[in-house]
Design a protein around this ligand. Sequence first.
Ligand SMILES: [Zn+2]
Length: 140
Amino acid sequence: MPVVLIAEDDEDIALILSRLLKRSGYTVLHAPDGQRAFDLAIAHRPDLVLTDLGMPVMDGLELTRSIREHAELRDTPIVMLSGHLHPGDGAPVRAGVCVVLLKPCPNDKLREVVNDLVELGAHGHSGADSACPARWPVSV
Ligand SMILES: [Zn+2]
């Protein structure tokens, strides 16, 4: 089963996301902050990382940059789920996020995005020929 790592400091949201993804056939790991998520990512090499933006210790942008700078994790698909972004805010994509979803995100949409990215699999984030749906690098 593909492994999804959830980085989310809100326990209620983490539980809801975890249940949703388990029902969709994923093995789910959860960390309550970016630093512990990064440690889990190194230990378990998840197929996808689903991260919140605002978290203690290390936020979602820092987690994303750390993954993109890590030699063995850098191609991991990353989805950011947040209620605190303005539509069109380019910071997550510049950090290396593949898809940004705004809370509240309908379950179907979340499942679709996660399924599509897991199917796409590991992919590079440098160069114009990147397979990333975020079309990295974006022009700003
Ligand atoms: Zn990507």
